[in-house]
Design a protein around this ligand. Structure first.
Ligand code: BGC
Ligand code: IFM
Length: 814
C-alpha cells in the first residue's frame, strides 16, 4: 500500500494522506541552518549544532506523536484547521505534502479556502522561509485569521529539557512591529538570538506559551486561536513562543501571500555591545538585514528558484538513464539527496536521533563523505581535516565530535578500533575524486591541539600503524570497544556473575580480535600504499604492502571458518561467527569487507562466502546481520545480545551492510545477485509495501526487522544511516561501475543480465564524461571493447585529460 507517489520531474515525493504510518520527514537546509519537517508540519530548527544552538522545541516520544512544529492555524468562523493537518487534525477537503530536495510544500483545502505553505532554507542565509498563500475558491468573500506558532527552545537542547529550575526564569523576548525576537541567553552572551517575523502588519502577537494555549491548553486547540484573538503577551521566563495574528479578507478568487521568516542571528564581534547591554536589549540591525532579504513574495520565490538551481547543478554531476525507472530515480535524486543529509547531520538529528546524544561520528562522517565527495569536494576536504583534527597522537580517535566546537567528545572517548582506518577510506575517496593530493600537506592537529599538528599524511600513517600494531593472539587486529558493529562489545566481559550490563566495556583488551577490521586493513591499506607511492614514500609503501599480505594470510589462516569468514575472537579467544557457535554462527560484515578486500579471491573464498550469505542470511526484505540470532544475553558479547532476535544488530536487516554484499557480489562478478541485493532494500522498489515498511519510501532506514522478529519487514530509524553513502557507491561505482580512481575514471559495470545497457553522465575533474554502455549479449560483467571519443583503448581506465571539456565513452560488455 502506498501513501503517495514519486514525481520525478519535480524531484518530489508527494504524500497524499497525512496519516502516514510514521511521520515522513524532510530536511531543509544544506549549510548551517537546518530544519526537520514532517508531512504534518512537525519538526524543529537549529543552527549548526542540534544540541547547542536549537531554535525551536520538539518533543520526542510524545503523545500524540509528532505534535510540535512550525504551525499555521487558519480560523474561519468556528472552523480551525492547519494546512499540514496537525496539530488540530481537522479533516481537510484535500491534503498534499510535497517533499522536495531541500523544500517541502503543504497544500491544504478547507471549505473552499486553500492554503499553500512552502517551507525551505535559502542558500547562503541562516533562516527558514515559510511562504503561505491563501486563496479563496468560493463565491463569497471570506474573512478569516491566520495564527502562526513556533515554540522556542532555550538554545541548549539538553539543558532545555532538564534544567527547569533555571529555565523557567530565563526566557526573554522583544517585539518590534511584526518581528518577534527570542533573546534568551543574550544577557550573558550577547551574540545570538532568533527572530520570527512576517512581511505584513499584524493584528497582534503572543510570545507566552501559557497565554497562547491557555491554562492546561494544548496546541490542538490553543485558547488564542479558539477565541480568535491574540493577547499580545510578552513572555517573561516560562516558555517563550512566537505567534502572529493576521486578519484576512479575500474576495472570491483572490489570493494573498505572506512570507514568514524564522532566523538565527549572530552579531558580529563589533556589534555585540550595541544596544543597552545592562537591559539585555538586542542589536536588531543584523536581523533587519536578514528580514529585508526576504520581505516580498518575489524575493522568497527567487530564493526558492536559487535553491532549486543549486540542487539541479549538484545533481547533474552524476546522472544515469536506463530503462529501470526506479534505479534512475534513486540514483539521480534520492540517493544523492540522502548523502547530502547524512553528510550534514552525521547521526545527530532525525526523528530517531534526538540531536542531543551524538554529534558527528568519526567513522560515520568518514563513510558519509564517500557518497558526498562528488557533490561538493571542497566541503568533503574540510570535513576530512576536521575529523582528522580529533585524532589522537597514537592514531586512535575520538569516536564523535560536536559540530559547533569541532572538538572531540570526551564523554564517549575513543577505543573503537575501526575508526583510524575510516580516515584512510575518506581521504582516498577525496583524492580519487579530485586528484588533489595537496590535502595531504595540510597541517592538522591531534586532539585539536595545534602545537601537536603534523601534515595529514602523517595522520594516515598513524592510522595504518595503529591497526598494524594493535593485534591479538592470532595476529588479527584488536577490536577495542567495538568495530563498525557498535554492539559487538567483546571487551565488555564480566568476571562476576550478575554484574550489571555495560553498553561499552573497557576500550582495550589483549585478546578480542576483529576479522572485520582485518578486511578493512587490507582494503584501505591498498589505498594507503597507492598514496604512499604517490608521495614518494617507497619504503613505507613496501612495508605496508608486506603488512597487508601478512594480514591476508592471517585472515585465511585464522579468520576463515570453512564456508565463510569468521567475525571475531572474543576475550576468551573463542570464535564469534563460526559454525561452532550456538547462535551467531555467521555474520554479514566480514563477508562484505573481506570480499571487497578480495581476500582469497583467487582461492575461491570470496565466492564461497557470497554463497553462504545467500544461503544463510538472505530474506525477502534484505540480508540479516547474523544468523541464528542470539536468543539469550551473553555478557562476553555485550549489547548485541541485548536486543530481541531480529532487531538491530541482533539479526536485523541492517541496511548499511547490504550494499557491502552487493559490492562484494560485483567483485565476484555476479551482477544478477548484486542487483537482487540492491533492489530488496531500495526504497523505491519497496514503495508498494509502505504499510509494512512504514518509514519514508524515498530514503533508507538504519534497520528493517529481520525474519526472527514479529514485525519482519518493518523499518526503523530512517534517514541518518551509512546506507546512504554505501548504496550510492554501490549503484554508481559498482553496479553501473563508474568509479573514480587515482589516475582516471574506471568504467566496469556489473549489471543484471536482463539490462541491455544504459547511458550516464559523470563530471570528473573538470571534464564531463558521456558514457554509453551496451550489453548485447546480456552478460553480468566483463568488457569486450572500450572507445574514447571514437578511439579504441586498452583496458577500462579512462585517463584524465584536462584539455577536454567533454568526452564520449562507449563500452560494449561481453
Ligand atoms: C545502538 C546501536 C548504535 C550505538 C551507537 C547503541 O545504543 O543500539 O545501534 O550503533 O548505540 O553508539
Ligand atoms: O557502525 C554503527 C554506526 O557508527 C552507528 N549506527 C550503527 C552502526 C552499527 O552498529
Amino acid at each position: 500500500m502506498k501513501f503517495g507517489y514519486f514525481d520525478d520531474n519535480a524531484k518530489e515525493y508527494v504524500i497524499t494522506s497525512p496519516k502516514t504510518p510514521l511521520p515522513w520527514i524532510n530536511y531543509l537546509g544544506c549549510e548551517d541552518f537546518f530544519s526537520l519537517v514532517s508531512n504534518t508540519c512537525g519538526g524543529y530548527s537549529f543552527y549548526k549544532d542540534a544540541k547547542l544552538l536549537r531554535l525551536t522545541r520538539y518533543r520526542y516520544n510524545n503523545v500524540p506523536g509528532d505534535s510540535n512544529g512550525h504551525y499555521y492555524y487558519i480560523k474561519e468562523g468556528n472552523t480551525i484547521w492547519n494546512p499540514g493537518w496537525m496539530p488540530t487534525k481537522t479533516d481537510l477537503d484535500s491534503y498534499e505534502c510535497h517533499h522536495g530536495i531541500g523544500y517541502s510544500i503543504f497544500k491544504g483545502n478547507k471549505n473552499d479556502l486553500a492554503a499553500e505553505l512552502t517551507d525551505f532554507v535559502p542558500i547562503g542565509s541562516t533562516c527558514e522561509i515559510n511562504k503561505l498563500t491563501m486563496t479563496n475558491h468560493s463565491k463569497e468573500e471570506k474573512h478569516f485569521s491566520i495564527f502562526s506558532y513556533v515554540e522556542f527552545c532555550l538554545w541548549n537542547a539538553m539543558d532545555d529539557m532538564t534544567n527547569f529550575q533555571r529555565n523557567y526564569s530565563i526566557g526573554e523576548v522583544e517585539i518590534h512591529g511584526s518581528a518577534i525576537y527570542h533573546k534568551t541567553e543574550y544577557r550573558e552572551r550577547r551574540n545570538h538570538y532568533a527572530v520570527y517575523s512576517v512581511n505584513a502588519p499584524i493584528a497582534g502577537f503572543d510570545t507566552s506559551r501559557d497565554a497562547f494555549l491557555g491554562a492546561y491548553g494544548e496546541n490542538s486547540a490553543p485558547d488564542v486561536v479558539v477565541s480568535g484573538s491574540c493577547k499580545n503577551s510578552v513572555a517573561s521566563g516560562w516558555a517563550p513562543v512566537g505567534s502572529h495574528q493576521l486578519d484576512v479578507t479575500l474576495a472570491p478568487g483572490e489570493s494573498r501571500t505572506y512570507v514568514f521568516v524564522l532566523g538565527y542571528v549572530e552579531n558580529l564581534a563589533a556589534e555585540k555591545w550595541v544596544g543597552r547591554p545592562e537591559d539585555g536589549i538586542i542589536n536588531r540591525t543584523p536581523a533587519e538585514k536578514l528580514l529585508e532579504k526576504f520581505n516580498t513574495t518575489e524575493k522568497a520565490d527567487q530564493a526558492l528558484a536559487d535553491l532549486k538551481a543549486y540542487w539541479e547543478k549538484l545533481l547533474s554531476h552524476f546522472t544515469v538513464s536506463s530503462k529501470e525507472e526506479k534505479l534512475d530515480r534513486m540514483v539521480n535524486i534520492w540517493h544523492q539527496y540522502q548523502c547530502m543529509v547524512t553528510f550534514n547531520m552525521s547521526r545527530s538529528a532525525s526523528y530517531y536521533e534526538s540531536g542531543i546524544g551524538r554529534g558527528m561520528g568519526f567513522r560515520d562522517s568518514c563513510q558519509d563523505l564517500l557518497g558526498f565527495v562528488h557533490l561538493i569536494p571542497d566541503r568533503a576536504r574540510q570535513r576530512i581535516l576536521d575529523i582528522a583534527s580529533t585524532q589522537f597522537e597514537d592514531g586512535s580517535a575520538y569516536h564523535q565530535y560536536q559540530p559547533l566546537t569541532k572538538k572531540g567528545n570526551s564523554d564517549i572517548g575513543s577505543g573503537f578500533n575501526d575508526d583510524p582506518l575510516w580516515l584512510i577510506a575518506g581521504t582516498a575517496a577525496y583524492i580519487k575524486e579530485t586528484g588533489d593530493y595537496s590535502i595531504l600537506d595540510e597541517r592538522t592537529p591531534y586532539d585539536n591541539d595545534d602545537s601537536k599538528a603534523t601534515d595529514l599524511m602523517e595522520h594516515l600513517r598513524r592510522s595504518f600503524h595503529y591497526t598494524m600494531e594493535h593485534r591479538g593472539p592470532h595476529k588479527l587486529p584488536l577490536i577495542g570497544r567495538a568495530d563498525w558493529n557498535d554492539c559487538l562489545n567483546l571487551n565488555c566481559f564480566s568476571t562476576e556473575p550478575g554484574e550489571s550490563f555495560q553498553t561499552f566495556g573497557p576500550s582495550e583488551g589483549p585478546n578480542a580480535e576483529s576479522v572485520f577490521i582485518a578486511g578493512m586493513f587490507v582494503r584501505y591499506g591498498k589505498d594507503y600504499v597507492e598514496i604512499c607511492r604517490h608521495r614518494g614514500m617507497a619504503e613505507e609503501a613496501a612495508l605496508a604492502e608486506e603488512a597487508i599480505a601478512d594480514m591476508e594470510k592471517t585472515v585465511l589462516d585464522a579468520g576463515w571458518d570453512g564456508e565463510w569468514f569468521l567475525r571475531a575472537y572474543d576475550h576468551y579467544k573463542n570464535k564469534i561467527g563460526s559454525k561452532e557457535c550456538e547462535d551467531g554462527k555467521i555474520y554479514i560484515e566480514p563477508q562484505g569487507f573481506c570480499v571487497m578486500a578480495e581476500i582469497g579471491l583467487k582461492e575461491g573464498n570470496c565466492l564461497k562466502a557470497m554463497e553462504s550469505v545467500e544461503k544463510y542470511l538472505d530474506t525477502k526484505y534484505g540480508i540479516v546481520l547474523l544468523q541464528p540470532p542470539y536468543h539469550r544475553y551473553h555478557v562476553e558479547l555485550g549489547e548485541i545480545s541485548s536486543y530481541p532476535p531480529g532487531y538491530k544488530e541482533n539479526a536485523g536487516i541492517f541496511c548499511h551492510n547490504n550494499p557491502w554484499i552487493s559490492i562484494a557480489e560485483t567483485v565476484v562478478g555476479r551482477g544478477n545477485r548484486a542487483w537482487q541485493v540492491y533492489t530488496r532494500t531500495c526504497p523505491a522498489y519497496i514503495e508498494d509495501i509502505s504499510e509494512i515498511h512504514r518509514t519514508e519510501p524515498y530514503v533508507y532506514s538504519q534497520m528493517i526487522a529481520g525474519k526472527d522478529a514479529p514485525n519482519f519487514g518493518e523499518a526503523k530509524n530512517s534517514w541518518l544511516t551509512g546506507t546512504a553513502a554505501w548504496t550510492f557507491l554501490n549503484a554508481s561505482q559498482y553496479i553501473l561501475g563508474i568509479r573514480p580512481d587515482y589516475d582516471g575514471l574506471i568504467v566496469d559495470p556489473c549489471i543484471p543480465s536482463f539490462m541491455d545497457g544504459f547511458t550516464a553522465k559523470r563530471d570528473f575533474r573538470g571534464t564531463t564524461y558521456h558514457i554509453e554502455v551496451e550489453n548485447p549479449n546480456h552478460v553480468e560483467k566483463g568488457i569486450a571493447s572500450v572507445t574514447v571519443d571514437g578511439n579504441a583503448i586498452e583496458g577500462n581506465l579512462i585517463p584524465v585529460d584536462a584539455s577536454k571539456k567533454e568526452v564520449h565513452v562507449k563500452i560494449i560488455m561481453g
